[in-house]
Design a protein around this ligand. Sequence first.
Ligand code: NAD
Length: 280
Amino acid sequence: MEELINRAASDLVESKYAIALTGAGMSTESGMPDFRGPKGLWTKHPEAEKRAYEIYGRFQQNPKEYWEERLSGHSLLGDLLGDLGKVAPNPGHYALAELEKMGFLKCVITQNIDNLHERAGSKSVLDYHGNVFKLRCVSCNARYDLEEYDLQKLRDEGRLPPLCKKCGGVVKDDVVHFREPIPLDIAEESEEEALKCDTMLICGTSAVVYPFANLPLIARFRSGRLPSGVYARGYGTTVKIIEVNAEPTPLTQEGISDYLIQGKTGEILPRIVEQVKKAS
Ligand code: NAD
């Protein structure tokens, strides 16, 4: 373990463009359950996973009713994840923020919707599956902080769904639900980062949710088709892919990652930071 931590630290110190990919395992130590770990939400409530697949369809069918249901307090995600305002970043989030501050990490691409990277101080964050504290226009992708709309007032006045202040399009919560496409801006930026990086630190993801799980493949094989249709090639030659996870993943098993540091992100990432400080 010690040896792998030192190896990760020296890979980061030698890197020119390192990025991190993160998943729900990053936040379990903050008290947020993951989906597919042993105590995961889908592991414990398989029926909820089925219901989750219907959410986006309901929005598409009738955005007004979708919003009315959400505002009446019936939100599947809210029921499952609890009050996200009450959880706090853990040492793993702070470690990634510190790596960015020291100049050893250029960006974090997260599947998490919990805003904990931002709260820990990471500045360059791509919320691949959205952010629970934001709203997004489905036409122009403009993002708004929740407080920018008085949703209860709109409901009382019969003016739901909220409309975009820039283009008049329908506004949805920013969270990307099952069957909902990844917003084009985030999808493109993430693929560009994956093509550009020479080191990828993958933390706490089972790497089975697509298209996010394509990002390590794009980095490994240095090519990919951007959502715009443009075929792009990476700039680097080889990439180092490091996993930090409680258990092996398909990336470990299929040799996409170079090595796995097996354990908790909240313990391992701060130890990597310590070693980076010594080595730099
Ligand atoms: P996942 O539940 O599929 O996998 C989590 C992985 O992290 C598992 O491999 C598990 O073994 C590992 N893990 C759990 N705790 C860990 C720890 N302390 N240290 C190291 N590894 C740990 O999660 P995923 O791959 O992110 O995919 C789930 C999807 O669900 C994502 O799309 C995400 O948007 C969403 N989600 C988000 C949150 C959140 O915002 N915190 C929580 C649950 C699910």
